[in-house]
Design a protein around this ligand. Structure first.
Ligand SMILES: [Zn+2]
Length: 645
């Protein structure tokens, strides 16, 4: 028995050196010799120690996966694909408190959750729907990158990603030329979610650990502590991990990943940014689907080289001049690309793009492809001149930071772009109203304001090219239909600078355009997704006389923005409630639903309108602010009392 204990310990140490540290200290045959000796002893005695490496074989094929509930919910992450969305994330975090950040690789594999009790591994499950997943214990046991026993004695759930290294994939495919695995992501998921553990083993997946999902005793207080804990207990973690103090450092770390990832043996398609401090995480909470304190930044995928033919300028609805390059047609992710954007004048000069340059083009997630930079210049490359007047209307150009703006509110392309935005799907959603039609209506029928759309008749369309009776009828019906518009879409449609769909939704909670127009600076910046610049542009918008007149014309035409608030009566009627900290008996989302079902309105941040704050454990800055404002604060017990029928 003593010899068995000794063998298990030696073998586990060697396995740890080999699989976790990638630094073997003995040749394979030495490992095999002791392994065989241990197997022999186990056969003789009929005893298998709980952390014996022979338990790693995984056993016989199983009939099906059993479902198993996670102790704490395994959230997936909200995604950002643009730097704007990333900025919105930082704005939200800053409102919650003084946070630092961690940056990690976003792996492209299958998420698994390992449970330990009393120091021993008991179970592995897939993420599944986040609440329950499939039991893949037998499959996970064939993976040697985690310990079977640990020193922590409480109940623990750790989280990792099952991946297959690109080299392992290649090796497998060389050995199985008849049935090659198509890509590393599917191969990893297929390996873990295979009923036969032998198949799992043959594909040599690894699990890389990156988080703690649940800890019963002395939980860690930050992501950096969680990583230290994982490494200390013998879990394989990924070497790249950055602790950043501000957003500049985060951007630098993200760039480091983006540049370095091509040389890696592990598939990654982005970076994961998390708030490091547990206390701030608890304060920020989660939406229905995602934690608010973490975000996955996905890299844009496809790139190709091409040559710039010429650069021209486009004017958008804010008046911003965007340089657009006409390029030699190039295939990019299954589409032929002929144009690529350079974002703004500063971008053009910084990337040193000239007419005739060879450039690297990247397909963005939603907009037109972007020029990443000049690869080389050829003889005869011509620098792009900086416009001194607007190329469309000849008005003076104003330079603000990296951007150039046409100073003329009535610059023709601005008007058409404003109208196009107003009619777009997420705004007034005037179905069938294209930019080209709006261009025609502007040129031939003098349509300039949103309200002009509502005075159009069949006769107005009659003389225009390509407009038959049916098309006219459909367009007029769509315009009519757009009068009944949800408030949040209306706020987005009217084009207040800086108001995207997210901020519009936040504002819509105030119930009416008038209520929003009456908000002050402090109340605006207290909202989750609104910073100082946007707050000022909202104030400026409603202070503008022409804007107010246009709103009046829209109402006059019958446009009725409606907030979808359900009026319910209950103990929270008339209360504007903010939840902070974590509640012991329910999630914040559940608490929110209970409050709303009893007539209350839930807010994301404490403002002058807040009437009640419910403070759970580890309540942070929101609680301090509530106290400073003299708002009534209650604890969880009193909250539970109010919920009682
Ligand atoms: Zn202009």
């Amino acid at each position: 028995m003593e010899r068995m204990r000794e063998l298990v310990e030696i073998l586990n140490r060697w396995a740890y050196e080999y699989y976790v540290l990638d630094d073997p200290s003995v040749p394979d045959r030495e490992y095999d010799r002791l392994y065989d000796e241990l197997r022999e002893l186990e056969r003789e005695t009929g005893v298998v120690l709980p952390d014996s490496p022979t338990r790693r074989v995984g056993g016989e094929p199983i009939k099906g996966f059993e479902r198993h509930a996670h102790i704490a919910r395994l959230y997936s992450l909200d995604k950002a694909v643009t730097e704007d969305e990333l900025s919105a994330f930082f704005t939200r975090v800053q409102k919650a408190g003084e946070a630092t950040y961690t940056v990690e690789y976003k792996y492209d594999g299958l998420t698994v959750c390992l449970t330990y009790e009393g120091g021993a591994f008991v179970r592995a499950t897939t993420r599944g729907n986040g609440i329950e997943g499939e039991d893949v214990t037998a499959q996970a046991l064939t993976v040697p990158s985690f310990p079977l026993t640990i020193s922590y004695m409480g109940t623990l759930e750790v989280r990792g990603e099952a991946i297959i290294r690109l080299s392992a994939l290649e090796k497998f495919n060389t050995a199985h030329p008849d049935e090659p695995l198509k890509n590393a992501r599917n191969a990893a998921a297929g390996a873990i979610r295979n009923l036969d553990p032998k198949v799992t083993k043959s594909r040599s997946p690894e699990i890389l650990f990156y988080d703690i999902n649940y800890m019963s005793d002395s939980p860690v207080s930050s992501q950096t502590e969680a990583m230290e804990f994982l490494r200390r207990e013998g879990f394989k973690t990924f070497p790249f991990f950055r602790h950043c103090k501000d957003r500049e450092e985060v951007f630098a770390a993200v760039e480091e990943i983006e540049v370095g990832r091509r040389k890696l043996d592990v598939l990654t398609d982005g970076a994961v940014i998390k708030v490091n401090e547990e206390a701030i995480r608890a304060d920020m909470g989660a939406t229905d689907k995602f934690p608010r304190w973490a975000i996955a930044y996905k890299f844009e995928a496809e790139e190709a080289e091409s040559t710039v033919r010429r650069v021209f300028w486009q004017v958008g609805r804010t008046g911003k001049l965007t340089p657009l390059a006409e390029i030699e047609p190039v295939e990019l992710a299954g589409a032929t690309v002929r144009r690529a954007t350079l974002n703004n004048y500063g971008d053009l000069t910084r990337k040193d793009v000239k007419e005739g340059s060879r450039v690297l083009v990247r397909r963005s997630n939603e907009v037109i492809p972007e020029i990443l930079g000049a690869v080389s210049h050829v003889e005869g490359s011509v620098p792009v001149e900086k416009p001194v007047v607007c190329p469309y209307c000849g008005s003076a150009v104003r330079e603000t930071g990296a951007n150039l703006f046409c100073t003329n509110q009535d610059c023709p392309p601005r008007i058409v772009q404003r109208l196009t935005h107003y009619c777009s799907k997420n705004a007034a959603d005037v179905e069938g109203m294209s930019e080209m039609t709006l261009q025609l209506l502007y040129e031939k029928r003098g349509v300039r304001r949103f309200s002009d759309l509502y005075r159009l008749t069949a006769e107005d369309f009659g003389g225009l090219d390509g407009f038959k009776e049916k098309k006219i009828g459909n367009l007029l019906a769509a315009i009519e239909e757009s009068k009944r518009i949800p408030l949040e879409r209306f706020l987005y449609a009217i084009g207040i600078d800086g108001i995207g769909r997210v901020a519009a939704r936040d504002l819509a909670a105030f119930g009416s355009v008038e209520a929003i127009a009456a908000l002050g600076f402090e109340e605006l910046v207290a909202l989750e997704d609104i910073g100082e610049v946007t707050a000022n542009s909202i104030l400026a918008f409603f202070a503008d006389e022409e804007n107010r007149a246009e709103l009046a014309r829209l109402y006059e035409a019958g446009v009725t923005p409606t907030a979808n608030v359900r009026k319910t009566e209950g103990i929270f009627s008339g209360e504007n409630v903010v939840l902070t900290g974590s509640l012991g008996t329910m999630s914040r989302t559940e608490a929110q639903k209970l409050i709303e079902a009893r007539g209350g309105v839930c807010q994301s941040a404490v403002s002058g309108k807040t009437t009640l704050v419910i403070a759970g454990e580890k309540a942070g800055s929101k609680l301090e602010k509530a106290r400073a404002l003299g708002i009534r604060v209650i604890g969880e017990a009193e909250f539970a009392e109010m919920l009682r029928p």
